[in-house]
Write a protein that binds this ligand. Structure first.
Ligand code: NDP
Ligand code: GDP
Length: 327
């Protein structure tokens, strides 16, 4: 069998690192796109850097994408790059639109103009459901985004559907609910909590400042979710799929489990801070991934408790290591 080639955008992000690991296990030739920065941060991919080829490109520059597709000749493109933080999207709405929305069109154009046979994966998001129109949310649930990020993702989703329908491209959109891991960015609430739990337990912090504790999310493990991305591109027909656990938990519940894992009570440390409140909130996300189970044979493996435990333990080790390195 000939070796398949994949190009991942957003290689340096949480999902990019897990997806690269999965594709390497499947014996792919993996190219990962990174953008030019003054300081290189390959923290999430250091361990596999020798096995993948890092190439430069930017979602803001279509010609860089076209050139990359010409030189790397991928069979599959996984478009994971985005300005992905909801809170920042309120302050940088235009940049978020340029990257997270128009970036998708640039990549779809580059694929179409270079080799329309390339299979394309678009990283869509449950944030598109926003002020939810039904519970749980499926592929048929109407969108009602509540942030510039959510609006940008709706645009990217529909462009993916449109290019599939207009040009017969194998372009799939994965509507992924929140997924976390020890590699999640520190600004997201789950990792912010687990990192603070570790720092508080080891005497390096005394409080955790959070916004609204009531929002509920359907939180899964990123390592499980990248498998769904890959499965979508192995199907004969491109389509849209909700990827979720089907369970929802509040930020408060996450705190309770995370602090509880190291025998602390969150009520003693969590301080409410207006700075982390959002102009508009997504209150309740819970996904129904029946279609993914039936068509892709995918289901999540990691439970909510396992996820929280894994993240707290990883941060306990990380903080201890950082302290040893300072000593
Ligand atoms: P991260 O924020 O961890 O990673 C985002 C990646 O995009 C980084 O590699 C970043 O590079 C890159 N990037 C940002 N702007 C550009 C640009 N202009 N050109 C090229 N690369 C760029 O996100 P995740 O890994 O968590 O998520 C992956 C994708 O899935 C994103 O599109 C996200 O919106 C989407 N998604 C994520 C969910 C989640 O819960 N994690 C849920 C649903 C969807 P750099 O390192 O240089 O900043
Ligand atoms: P999102 O679902 O992509 O916005 O993921 P986040 O992890 O950023 O936020 C999940 C939920 O946690 C949102 O409803 C936030 O309003 C809520 N939240 C409460 N406090 C915080 C905080 O301090 N930081 C972040 N990022 N979110 C918070």
């Amino acid at each position: 069998m000939t070796q398949k080639t994949a190009l991942i955008t957003g290689l340096t992000g949480q999902d990019g690192s897990y997806l690269a690991e999965l594709l390497l296990e499947q014996d792919y030739k993996v190219y990962g796109m990174v953008r030019r920065t003054s300081t290189i941060n390959f923290e999430r991919i250091n361990h596999i850097q020798d096995d993948i080829e890092v190439v430069q490109g930017d979602l803001l520059d279509e010609s860089s994408l076209t050139e990359l597709l010409k030189s790397t000749k991928p069979d599959e493109v996984y478009n994971l790059a985005a300005q992905s933080f909801v809170q920042t999207s309120f302050q940088q709405a235009v940049l978020t639109g340029d990257t997270t929305a128009l970036g998708v069109t640039r990549m779809l154009n580059a694929v179409r103009n270079t080799n329309p046979e390339i299979r394309y994966y678009q990283a869509s998001s449950s944030e598109m459901f926003g002020k939810v129109m039904e519970v749980p949310q499926t592929e048929a649930t109407p969108f009602y985004p509540r942030s510039p990020y959510g609006v940008a993702k709706v645009y990217g989703h529909w462009m993916t559907v449109n290019y599939r329908e207009s040009y017969n491209m194998h372009a799939s959109s994965g509507i992924l609910f929140n997924h976390e891991s020890p590699r999640r960015g520190l600004e997201f609430v789950t990792r912010k909590i687990t990192n603070h739990v570790a720092r508080i337990k080891q005497g390096l912090a005394t409080e955790l400042r959070l916004g609204d504790l009531h929002p509920q999310r359907d939180w899964g493990f990123a390592g499980d979710y990248v498998r769904a991305m890959w499965l979508m591109l192995q199907q004969d027909t491109a389509d849209d799929f909700v990827i979720s656990t089907g369970e929802t938990h509040s930020v408060e519940e996450f705190c309770d489990l995370a602090f509880g894992h190291v025998d602390l009570a969150w009520q003693d440390y969590v301080v409410q801070d207006e700075a982390f409140m959002r102009p508009a909130e997504v209150d309740l996300l819970i996904g129904d991934c029946t279609k993914a189970k039936t068509v892709l044979g995918w289901e999540p493996k990691t439970t909510f408790t396992e996820l929280v435990t894994m993240m707290v333990e990883a941060d306990m080790e990380l903080v201890a290591r950082q302290q040893r390195n300072l000593a």
